[in-house]
Design a protein around this ligand. Structure first.
Ligand code: AKG
Length: 299
């Protein structure tokens, strides 16, 4: 099976890190080679066909046409659990380079999300990822691989540069805006939509973004095609991860979700072991029928 590159190339400069600290995001163009993009696209199709194993709530399909197969899905969470190619992509050399530059030497990954976002599909409303994945030391970082050009038309990321710097988690409420999927919306923050900028990137780019950065994306308004993205989330290995509901008697201070993958350095909690047991699942698109998808859709 083809795999993604294992060559180490240092791409992230001190200026890049300074930009990230100031703005809360960073674009690394051409992080993926055209061949790597093709491998990840082909794997996306295989996952959407169900060829890599069980995906909870994968919608049924009768058509064999590739476009039909993938366009019915907005996003699959935790694809690395059943796809060796997606698993390898968690620690792509440019990803590791950037993450060790902005987080530190010891980095773990707890999540992958594969967005397809075909024409007409919505994006998530304003949010901060730390609301979903509490890292406690503000090390949460998204690493977002563009598998298509991401444009204003097809629903690229929008960010409020610098919004991470206050270190505040603003409140969230349920939203019924048809432009957005089932994620809650963050509100009552001291910025307006005019403070937001689109992050338009070419296929193969890698975008890093901070867990406290306010970001959202709009629907894919193109007439056809996809805005495919593989986005993984990472944090410092030193910090515990009190993600998911606490078990009876468990204290928040010591809760630590161990479905993690080390991608750089040492795991100070290696003695606890790790386990990757869950299955991937499909994120609900919205379309007026969110149901209990409005709960913590990041898990
Ligand atoms: O790519 C998108 O449309 C949204 C990604 C996002 O919000 C996230 O990964 O937190």
């Amino acid at each position: 099976m083809a795999t993604i590159s294992e060559e180490a190339t240092s791409r992230v400069t001190e200026d890049d890190v300074a930009f990230y600290r100031e703005n809360g995001y960073l674009v690394i163009p051409d992080a993926l080679t055209p061949e790597e993009v093709e491998i990840l696209r082909a794997e996306t199709t295989a996952l959407c066909r169900g060829e890599r194993g069980d995906i909870g709530n994968l919608p049924a399909i009768s058509s064999d046409d590739t476009d039909d197969v993938i366009k019915r899905i907005l996003c699959i969470h935790h694809v690395h659990r059943i796809s060796p190619i997606m698993y390898d992509a968690l620690s792509h050399p440019t990803m590791v380079d950037g993450l060790t530059s902005v987080i530190g030497p010891n980095v773990k990954c707890m999540q992958s999300m594969l967005f397809i976002k075909s024409a007409g599909k919505p994006g998530p409303a304003w949010h901060q990822d730390e609301i979903y994945i509490p890292t406690r030391d503000q090390s949460l970082t998204g690493g977002w691989f563009a598998l298509d050009d991401a444009t204003v038309e097809n629903g690229c990321l929008w960010v409020i540069p610098g919004s991470h710097k206050r270190g505040i988690l603003w409140p969230q409420h349920v939203q019924h805006d048809k432009r957005f999927d089932c994620t809650h919306e963050t509100f009552r923050f001291p910025y307006t939509d005019d403070d937001a900028i689109p992050v338009e990137v070419k296929t193969g780019a890698l975008v890093f973004f901070h867990g406290y950065l306010l970001h959202r994306s709009f629907p894919n308004r193109a007439k056809s095609g996809f805005r495919r993205v593989l986005v993984n989330h990472y944090m410092s290995a030193e910090s515990l991860l009190p993600w998911h509901n606490l078990k009876p008697g468990e204290r928040m201070a010591t809760a630590d979700m161990r479905e993690i993958i080390m991608i750089a350095g040492e795991d100070p909690y290696a003695y606890k072991g790790t386990k990757i047991t869950g299955k991937p699942h499909v994120r609900t698109a919205g379309d007026g029928g969110c149901g209990d998808g409005r709960q913590d859709v990041r898990s």
